[in-house]
Ligand binder design. Structure first.
Ligand SMILES: [Zn+2]
Length: 151
């Protein structure tokens, strides 16, 4: 299971989730990928995103229920089962920093903290701010009960 940061020719950024790198290549060459913002099918891969925002703060905080232009999502290419596998993978391979997520992501970006993959919660506004600084963040809808798993 792979998450790629993707971008279109209009410089929109979004994420695409794929069962494998081969699946990504296949969908790309078949022009099955399109930008969720403008519909362009000229989509290419951007550097991999190390940080995962679970978006859980977003649900409680301001702006809940409003569409957020900063965190476009493309989940349509994944079924529920694949999504569950992806979430397992993320929980296994990242360190949970909770609400310290924006701060930790910044520290790692500016090399004030050791390079590692982290996950945690951030509001849509915080995710936007991180992206403005060039910090790659993947927004992932991880259900709260999955986050409590320590392994
Ligand atoms: Zn676009």
């Amino acid at each position: 299971m792979i998450v790629y940061n993707l971008g279109c020719t209009n410089e929109h950024r979004f994420e695409g989730w794929f069962a494998s790198a081969e699946e990504f290549e296949r969908q790309t060459s078949a022009k099955q990928l399109s930008c969720p913002l403008c519909g362009s099918d000229r989509v290419s891969r951007l550097p991999h995103a190390p940080h995962v925002s679970t978006g859980s703060a977003e649900r409680n905080g301001e702006g809940a229920g409003q569409p957020s232009k900063g965190v476009p999502r493309q989940y349509a290419n994944l079924g529920a089962e694949l999504l569950a596998h992806l979430i397992d993978k993320v929980v296994e391979t990242t360190v949970d920093v909770g609400r310290a997520f924006p701060e930790e992501a910044r520290k790692i970006h500016y090399k004030e903290a050791p390079e590692r993959h982290i996950r945690g919660s951030a509001s849509a506004k915080e995710v936007d701010a991180l992206r403005d600084e060039g910090i790659e963040v993947v927004a992932l809808p991880i259900p709260p009960h999955r986050l409590s798993r320590t392994h």
